[in-house]
Write a protein that binds this ligand. Sequence first.
Ligand SMILES: C[S@@+](CC[C@H](N)C(=O)[O-])C[C@H]1O[C@@H](n2cnc3c(N)ncnc32)[C@H](O)[C@@H]1O
Length: 250
Amino acid sequence: MSQSTHFGYREVKLDEKQRLVDGVFHSVAQRYDLMNDLMSGGLHRAWKDALVSKLRPPKNDRPWRLLDVAGGTGDISFRALKAAGPGAHATVSDINADMLAVGRERADEQYFGEQIVFVEANAEALPFPDRHFDAVTIAFGIRNVPRIAQSLSEMQRVLKLGGRFLCLEFSQVDVPALEEIYNTYSFRVIPEIGRAVTGDAESYRYLVESIRRFPEREVFAAMMREAGFARVNATPLSGGIVAIHSGWRL
Ligand SMILES: C[S@@+](CC[C@H](N)C(=O)[O-])C[C@H]1O[C@@H](n2cnc3c(N)ncnc32)[C@H](O)[C@@H]1O
C-alpha cells in the first residue's frame, strides 16, 4: 500500500470516528447532564469544580475571556462564570449543534445574558483569531477528537501569551484495589446505564473503550509540549480515574 493511500485510509477512519462520536452526542444531548450524574455517581461535579479552582478566574471586573472547547451543554463555562467577576466572558464551542442547543437553554435559565456565547466549531479548526483568549479549557472532550495533536495546536494558537490551558480527562487508575472495581463498573455498569436511559448500550461501550485508548499521562504531556505548551503537568484525581492536565502559553 503506498503511503498516500495508507494516509487516505487513516483519514477515512478518523472521519468515521467523528461520525460515531457525533451520533452518540446527538442521541444523548437532551439527557446528557442526567447521564453524567448517573455514570459518575455525581463525581463529575467535584472534578469540574477542581478544574475551575485551578483556573482561578479573576473575581474583579477585569476583562477575562475563556474558551471552553468541546464544551457541550456549557457546564464548565457556567461554573467558571459563577466563580468569576463581572468582567468574565465565556465562549462554549462544540462540533454538535444539539449539545449547544441544550447549553443555550440552560444559559438562558440561569440569566447569563451576553456573558456567554455558543459557537459550533470543530476543535481541529477553531474559528477564532490567534492569541485571543486568557484561558482555554476542554473537559471530557479531547479523547473524542480524532486529531488530538491538531486540536492541541489550535488551542495553543488561540491562547494569549501568559494564558493557561487546562484539560480534564479520564486517565489511568493507579490504585490497584480500585482498578478491578473500576473496570467492572466501566465495561458492565456504564453500558447498562446507557441502555436504560438512552436505549443505546453500544455507544457507551465505545465511549468506555475510548477512555482506555486515550494516551497515558506522560504521553499526553509530551503531546502538549509538542503543541507548544510550557510548564506542563498533570494532577490525578480520585485515584487517577481522571486527571487535570495543565500548560501555559509563554
Ligand atoms: C463528554 S462531552 C463533554 C461536554 C462538556 N465539556 C462537559 O464536560 O460536560 C464531549 C463533547 O465533545 C464534543 N466533540 C466531539 N468531537 C468534537 C470535535 N471534533 N470538536 C469539538 N467538539 C467535539 C461532543 O459533541 C461533546 O459535546
